[in-house]
Ligand binder design. Sequence first.
Ligand code: MN
Ligand code: MN
Length: 463
Amino acid sequence: MERPNAWNQYDDQALQAVEKAARGYKNYLDHGKTERECAAEAIEIAKAAGYTDLNAAIAAGKAVQPGDKYYAVQMGKAVMLFHVGRQTLDKGLNIVGAHIDSPRIDLKQNPFYEDTDIAYADTHYYGGIKKYQWVARPLALHGVVAKKDGTLVNVVIGEDEDDPVVGISDLLIHLSQEQMAKKASEVIGGEGLDIMLAGRPLKDEEKEPVKAMLLRILRDRYGLEEEDMLSAEIEAVPAGKARDFGLDRSMIMGYGHDDRVCAYAEIEAMMTLPPVPEYTCCCLLADKEEIGSVGATGMRAQYFENAVAELLALMGQGGDLMLRRALANSRMLSCDVSAGYDPLYAAAFEKKNAAILGHGVTYNKFTGSRGKSGSNDANAEFIGRVRKVMDDHGIAWQTAELGKVDVGGGGTIAYICALYGMEVIDSGVPVLSMHAPHEIISKADLYEAIRAYTAFLTDMGQR
Ligand code: MN
Ligand code: MN
């Protein structure tokens, strides 16, 4: 049961559309290196398409009508877009949900120290990373510093051509006999991921003169004191832009495909809906998926159901029962990247149940590990209906598992949304080198994801 390669079915017009999607996506990646930046970008795109702030509608007690478009933001890190449909909300929403946080290296709250005339930042990594991949490469610093007076200072260092970059050193090969004999998981420890920030002393400063130089720069350039780092969120991410990959330019190499490629495909799909869709369509961009969907901006928090409750109230259908019906009757694609089959690591995959690059958007009935633990395991009946929508629209799609049984595993936000009783299946773009500083996707799979999510939002109906 082989699935065809999507590239084979493209004519010149389709190839141009693939390239256009790739350009838009690379631009989204280049401006979205953190969850906050990705959220802000999504809101910009939505505003330009006529979306307005749900909070303003709530404050004004506006009567919500079919065709209305709203965005809602949770602490600047999670975003929901709603495009109100013809049917009442108790018939359920068509939802596409992705996450906009990616693995990275966060600065600690008390980060700065000096050792042997080098100033460092101590860090705590975020999400699942192979630590050895993050040394000896250019890193950029992105984030915010919240000052006591309530002002928020935005920081982006290392992305402009003229910007300096920072990074983590590695031991020279000449002296690495002991290091090279270690297990890969022990080559670099979590406390070894300290970022070099400065290497020149502040003249005539006696105590920690290089750190003093660093603090002087932070004060002069950003108006920051060392204590301000106590209320900062600074993330070290790979510096530089996403690039076309391969001599045929069929792929994209970039930081954060997981899961910004699905987030971008969702946003694009939302922007192409008819003026009044049949069912209310929702794009969910969640934070904190990489550390278990925790916290007030993770999918386990209640901002999504709160927003739906507010919408219902503004439609004159408020109340707990209507909310429960709206959520339970919803249909959702949990849009998250899939493990692309990698011939160099064939032993990790079971090939006929693996996602192949260029073979289209991938559906995972289940994820999880050790006997599907932690997975959602979508209903066969729902998958049958999804198949029909995909085939009716001529989407290139495939099914996959996350590698061989018992080799490892992973999870998504699918099981959390499924708790409401809604139909959910995982759907995403295959990725190579997932969670590495630079991941690889096929442009064809991005294009098919956009088409798939558009078809799902427009055509998926009730049970
Ligand atoms: Mn993911
Ligand atoms: Mn991930």
